[in-house]
Write a protein that binds this ligand. Structure first.
Ligand code: CUA
Length: 339
């Protein structure tokens, strides 16, 4: 990736972008915004408190010892008195750590069980999350929606609780789904279906990432969770359910796109493009980023991506299609119409 793209990406990640939504740009586990994240937060605070207490005691004793028993004469050859075989001390430093580990272990187990055994409401929104090298596919089986990299979910309020129930699957290698402010990490393993759930209580965009090394672009396997009011969520689903826009003015651009091998990997609903290897492009322009969060989804970046995806995200599975500039213009103008 060249430098300006990198900078643009960094700015994009930290600034509120033009979508006007509140971007929780720092994925801060100390500001949980959903029940599973609360559990992680509570256990973290307990661990930190206990570790801080141990640090103070050990550091304090060490400092005291260094100062109190320091060598006072410049070249005193005598060794200090050596203490061996104190049963009382040895029992203390065995039993106390065992108790601490037990307390931490039990608190952790309790939090894990609380989250895992929670009975999911019957009206929870099911979403299948599929990890790919290196992007996320989100399928809403009840709604008939397929999208990528940006998971839209409804806001949960006291008056109208809303749970999203995630089924995690992998298309290739092991990944891990992690949105720190909403829940702990859950592994995404080939051949195994893991589950998790979230009930976000704050609107906005929550950043997450793949948390299991999965190859060259692991660090760029980013994701966003867009938490919306039920009304906004309805609006989004209504838009996503529609077939892709078919602007008659872009007939030849559309024909160009459909004539290329793009269609073997990508789906555009209502067309002959039905590939499922890459992200669904039916509503590409409703997404905020390209390449799973690598760059903002602007016309300029879209063009650069189609021209040479390897320049922006080296190693990703989309090849350079070697389009000439006319083909590139047509493909980009068609893609840009997919609102
Ligand atoms: Cu997927 Cu790391």
């Amino acid at each position: 990736m060249n430098c300006s793209l990198r900078i643009a990406g960094a700015l994009f990640a930290t600034a509120e972008f033009s979508f006007g939504q509140n971007v929780h740009s720092v994925a801060n586990i100390f500001r949980p915004q959903a029940t599973p994240a609360d559990s992680v937060y509570n256990v973290s605070m307990l661990m930190l408190a206990i570790c801080a207490a141990i640090f103070v005691v050990v550091g304090g004793l060490l400092t005291f010892t260094i100062v109190r028993f320091r060598s006072r004469k410049a070249d005193d050859p005598r060794e200090p008195a050596q203490v061996y075989g104190s049963n009382r001390i040895e029992i203390a430093w065995t039993v106390i750590p065992v108790l601490i580990v037990l307390v931490l272990g039990m608190a952790t187990a309790r939090a894990v069980v609380e989250v895992q055994n929670k009975r999911i409401a019957a009206d929870a929104l099911p979403v299948t999350v599929i990890g790919h090298q290196w992007w996320w596919e989100f399928r809403y089986p009840k709604l008939g929606i397929v999208t990528a990299n940006e998971l839209h979910v409804p806001l949960s309020t006291a008056a109208k609780p809303a749970t999203t129930a995630l089924r995690l699957e992998s298309a290739d290698v092991a990944h891990s789904f992690w949105v720190p402010q909403l829940a702990g990490k859950t592994d995404v393993i080939p051949g195994i279906t893991n589950t998790m759930w979230i009930d976000p209580r704050q609107e906005g965009i929550f950043l997450g990432n793949c948390a299991e090394y999965c190859g060259m672009q692991h660090a760029n396997m980013l994701l966003r969770v867009v938490v919306e009011t039920p009304a906004d969520f309805e609006k989004w689903t209504a838009g996503q359910k529609l077939d892709a826009v078919s602007d008659p003015q872009l007939g030849s651009a559309r024909a160009r796109f459909l004539s290329l091998s793009c269609v073997n990997c990508h789906t555009v609903s209502g067309t002959a493009a039905t590939g499922t290897f890459g992200p669904d492009l039916s509503h590409l322009m409703s997404r905020q980023t390209l390449g799973s969060g690598v760059v903002p989804n602007t016309l300029e970046n879209l063009r650069a991506w189609v021209k040479d995806p390897q320049a922006i995200k080296p190693g990703n599975l989309m090849p350079n299609m070697q389009l000439n500039s006319r083909e590139l213009d047509e493909v980009v103008s068609y893609l840009a119409s997919l609102k």
